[in-house]
Ligand binder design. Structure first.
Ligand code: DGJ
Length: 752
């Protein structure tokens, strides 16, 4: 059993300084203990109905840890200390704190009722424990993306809380995975009362830590430098990240970790939190007056309101919580295993992805059928398996200023039609993939002429353009049906086996012409649910199509998107050296096998840097791998390298997809080098990659200690032909000497 409950009745006495006597009291509680592999999480429904947090960390034996809920001199609960309930409320470690009842730390839940009141007090009503994991369903709309597990893989605790004043019922859903250090949380609301209630804030999880001795890790950046890891010690007050852009964003990723000050890749405690959501999010760590830390995460409450009529329900997205007592590296590997096995779905879940060539950086908008076929012909001879036609094949799109929403083939460019092009590519033995940006509408489009009201807008206000485009109102089913219908026409017209779903701007003037005034603030979230709805239809109707998500590079690299697409374009920055930071940060919680990564031309279009073709390949091989260049025009020496790169990718990709990643070096330390190794789960083989940033005189030899091998096994090095024990390779290390800026090396180790 991974989840247990204990009903406890305790007799205590409390010293009352006013009377100088001991006052006896009886405390009754239900203590819930969740065990996930090597993790324990414990909480209790106290006799006053509040849910208190007891413990989160390394596995501890089933025991009565209710003593942890005593607050020093203060008694357990508000019930036994009613005269000073306020102190208890602002001190106790809670599971799902409400606004307005004396807990002045960051709340998870806040309402506005018909009387304009915002206080609420969710109290224990009932619970159930069952095997498996439920789906998170927003009634009449969509099933939310979430991790999944069968009855042998996980157990779930549902605790129903009720705010008797408003009639709002909140079901807290906790799932503990048997074989992974993972506990997931989400919240499902129902208005059981007779009056309307506005939900002003509904976060998905709170963890109250008993200490402030943590560093806060987040993944931040901008366009072309997404998810660069930052780490800083917690301090009094609130530190957090969020998105208010309508997508998870380039700037902050919906991931945060609290790690012990001494935590590094291989040791120390790490608590990782990731929201399975693709819209506005909020994550915050708050160091309180008592030097404790409250961490909360969920949909951003900024500009959010959701009206719950009597009987209506609301499903909040899932927070994945990963605990590691063996450093940040182990935390990442747990996230990778979880997402590879329990989030990513579809035919490509466990398969190597086709090696693609994408024409974006090769041609931008300047292409036609002949150009694409020429690229495909050359690519097919080199062993590349799929041609992806990027932006510019529809409407009358010759630049980024028109035609979004007009998903009709642009015959001037695609001469002979789409089917002809796809057939020609197929004849070369290659698959064909296509680009869409389904959430957008150009002011210069047939669609905008017919349906200007379908754009997100505040009537009477100027609409802000970004990349000369507007965003479609995906909360409106008619809009979704129309766009999806056009996509279907294209998909049914030719043998299309891959889609790149792009999204190139953030939301402004967030208003809908189809929602009533009292539901306008729901649009941020309804938009995301609408996107999920179309992705769900697409992946259900076309299960053989490989879907790759993208958002102006990597602005929507999140777990919500991974539920629909097994890979996501990591960044528009394809420079091998910039990618070291981007891919390092992304791998903190997302599997490298899901990172879209391509070899592109040099000087690099984003940073102007020239790196060796081999290094571009070695860095892209950590991800899905492909090419994004005009293969007919690159230097012959580079072109000649492609077949051997492909061979190397085919050899290393199974380890990337199914093995364990250990980060060995990183460019942050001294900006000199980076290194990583992927090791098979059975430790039978490994692929090690080293990348030098800048060469230095008289400093081109380094000893690097490998990780993750079997210390007792012997390994053959593909570089030296020598055999050494895992113990030697991990403790004494290997010698790496590469020469020149941006040089790199890949070495395979095979168990003998
Ligand atoms: C942004 C993407 O990140 C690029 O790869 C490319 O598809 C362009 N959009 C096309 O407009």
């Amino acid at each position: 059993m991974s989840i247990t409950e204990q009903k406890l009745t305790k007799e205590y006495s409390r010293y009352m300084w006013q009377t100088d006597s001991d006052v006896p009291f009886t405390e009754e509680m239900i203590l819930f203990t969740l065990n996930a592999k090597n993790t324990t999480y414990a909480l209790a429904a106290l006799s006053d109905g509040h849910l208190a947090h007891a413990y989160y960390g390394k596995h501890i034996e089933d025991d009565d840890i209710s003593y942890l809920l005593r607050l020093g001199e203060a008694p357990y609960t508000a019930t036994v200390n009613i005269r000073d309930k306020g102190t208890v409320m602002d001190t106790q470690l809670f599971e799902y704190p409400c606004h307005g009842i004396g807990d002045y730390r960051e709340p998870c839940f806040m309402i506005m009722d018909e009387d304009g009141m915002s206080s609420c007090d969710l109290k224990y009503k009932s619970h159930k424990i069952y095997k498996g994991k439920p789906k998170l369903v927003q009634p009449d709309m969509v099933t939310l993306p979430a991790t999944f597990a069968n009855e042998d893989e996980a157990e779930t605790l549902e605790i129903t809380l009720l705010d008797s004043h408003s009639g709002i019922e909140a079901v807290l859903i906790y799932t503990a995975f048997n074989d992974l250090d993972v506990i997931t949380r989400s919240v499902h609301l129902k208005n059981t009362g007779s009056r309307r209630v506005n939900i002003r804030r509904v976060l998905s999880a709170c963890v109250d830590f008993d200490s402030d001795k943590y560093d806060f890790i987040t993944l931040n950046g901008s366009w072309a430098r997404e998810r660069v890891m930052e780490r800083s010690p917690l301090h009094h007050g609130k530190q957090g990240i969020d998105s208010v852009k309508g997508e998870s964003s380039h700037q902050n990723n919906p991931f945060a970790a609290l790690v012990s000050h001494n935590a590094d890749e291989d040791s120390g405690e790490a608590y990782g939190f990731n929201l399975v959501y693709s819209g506005n999010f909020f994550a915050q760590a708050e160091v309180t007056q008592h030097k404790k830390t409250r961490f909360v995460m969920g949909i951003n409450h900024f500009d959010f309101n959701w009206l719950l009529e009597p009987g209506e329900e609301f499903a909040a997205p899932e927070v994945v919580m990963v605990y590691s007592s063996e450093g940040i590296g182990a935390m990442s590997r747990t996230f990778h295993d979880l997402y590879r096995e329990h989030l990513i779905r579809g035919e490509y879940k466990d398969k190597r992805r086709p090696i693609l060539i994408n024409n974006w950086e090769a041609t931008y908008f300047n292409f036609d059928t002949d150009k694409l076929i020429a690229i495909a012909k050359q690519a097919s001879e080199l062993g590349i398996e799929m041609l992806v036609m990027d932006d510019g094949w529809f409407g009358h799109r010759d630049s980024d200023n028109s035609s979004l929403g007009d998903w009709f083939v642009y015959e001037k460019k695609i001469k002979g039609g789409l089917k002809y092009l796809v057939d020609e590519v197929n004849k070369l033995g290659m698959k064909f993939g296509i680009w869409f940006e389904p959430e957008m509408i150009s002011p210069d489009s047939e669609l905008y002429k017919k349906h200007p009201e379908w754009a997100i807008q505040v009537r009477g206000m100027e609409m802000t353009q970004s990349r000369e485009q507007y965003v479609l109102d995906y909360s409106n089913k008619e809009v979704r049906d129309y766009i999806y219908g056009l996509m279907r026409n294209i998909l049914d017209s030719a043998n299309i086996e891959y889609i790149k779903w792009d999204m190139n701007r953030q939301l402004t003037e967030v208003g809908s012409t189809s929602l009533p005034a009292e539901r306008q603030r729901e649009l941020w979230h309804r938009y995301v649910l609408g996107v999920y709805d179309v992705m769900d239809r697409l992946t259900t109707d076309y299960p053989h199509i490989l879907l790759e998500n993208c958002s102006g590079g990597g602005a929507r690299f999140d777990a919500g998107m991974l539920y629909y697409s097994p890979q996501i374009w990591t960044s528009d920055d394809t420079d091998a050296i910039e990618r070291l930071k981007i891919q390092h940060g992304t791998s903190i919680c997302y599997p490298p096998s899901a990172m879209g990564a391509h070899v592109s031309d040099c000087p690099n279009h984003t940073v102007g840097r020239t790196t060796p073709f081999s290094t571009r390949g070695n860095v892209a091989m950590v991800g899905t791998f492909g090419y994004e260049l005009d293969v007919t025009r690159i230097p012959e020496a580079d072109r000649n390298m492609i077949p051997s790169q492909i061979e190397q990718f085919k050899k290393s990709n199974p380890l990337v997809r199914t093995g364990d990643q250990y980060r060995i070096g990183n460019v942050f330390d001294d900006n000199m080098w980076d290194a990583w190794i992927f090791v098979a789960k059975d430790k039978s083989e490994a692929v090690f990659t080293f990348v030098q940033v800048l060469g230095r005189p008289n400093y081109n030899s380094r000893r690097i200690k490998l990780k993750g091998l079997d210390p007792d096994a012997k390994y053959l090095s593909s570089k030296t032909g020598e055999v050494h024990s895992g113990n030697v390779l991990m403790n004494a290390g290997i010698d790496i000497s590469v020469h020149g800026d941006f040089a790199s090396e890949v070495i395979y180790f095979t168990k003998q």
